[in-house]
Design a protein around this ligand. Structure first.
Ligand code: FES
Ligand code: FES
Length: 166
C-alpha cells in the first residue's frame, strides 16, 4: 500500500492505495465519486475522463499513486453550486445525451477541448478531438452541437471579462 495525496474538486484528500489501483477506481471506490464511469478499463471509451492538473486524462490509464500530488477535477466538481458549468448546460439544452453513460467523460473532454481552443471551435475539430470518447446512443450530432454552443458561450464570457479588465 502507498500513500496517495490529491486535491480533488477543491478538497485535500489523503488515503492509501495498492500500487496497482487505477485512479478511476480510487476516485469511485475510495472517494465515492461515481460520476466518473468505467466503460472498458482499456483506454478506449473515454467514460473515465477527469482533469489532472488541468488536462483531460483517461483515469483508467493512470495509477492512483502516479496521480499523487496532482489536482483533480471530476464531473462532480464542474458545476458552481446549483449553477451548471456552461458545457453541462449546453449538453442539457441541446440534448447531448440519451442514456448518459458516456456523458461525464464527454463533458470533461469537451471542457478541456474548449479551454485549449479559446479562439473557438469548428465542427471538424470537435469531431476529431472526440475520437477517444465513444457514445453508443446519440450518433454524436447533438454532442457536437452542444460543444460548439458551449465554446461560443465560454469565448463570449472570456472576451467580456477581458474587456472589463482593459
Ligand atoms: S474506462 Fe477508461 S477509457 Fe474506457
Ligand atoms: S448517451 Fe448513451 S452512451 Fe452516450
Amino acid at each position: 500500500m502507498s500513500d496517495v495525496s490529491l486535491m480533488v474538486n477543491g478538497k485535500r484528500v489523503n488515503g492509501t492505495a495498492e500500487d496497482r489501483t487505477l485512479l478511476v477506481h480510487f476516485l469511485r471506490e475510495n472517494l465515492g465519486l461515481t460520476g466518473t464511469h468505467v466503460g472498458c478499463d482499456t483506454s478506449q471509451c473515454g467514460t473515465c475522463v477527469v482533469h489532472v492538473d488541468g488536462k483531460a486524462v483517461k483515469s483508467c490509464t493512470m495509477l492512483a499513486v502516479q496521480a499523487s500530488g496532482s489536482t483533480i477535477v471530476t464531473i462532480e466538481g464542474l458545476a458552481n453550486g446549483a449553477d451548471l458549468h456552461p458545457v453541462q448546460a449546453a449538453f442539457k439544452e441541446h440534448h447531448g445525451l440519451q442514456c448518459g453513460f458516456c456523458t461525464p467523460g464527454m463533458i470533461m473532454t469537451a471542457t478541456d477541448m474548449i479551454n485549449r481552443h479559446p479562439e473557438g471551435l469548428d465542427e471538424a475539430t470537435v469531431r476529431a478531438e472526440l475520437e477517444g470518447n465513444i457514445c453508443r446512443c446519440t450518433g454524436y450530432h447533438n454532442i457536437v452541437k452542444a460543444i460548439l454552443a458551449a465554446s461560443k458561450t465560454m469565448s463570449k464570457a472570456s472576451k467580456g471579462k477581458a474587456r472589463q479588465a482593459a
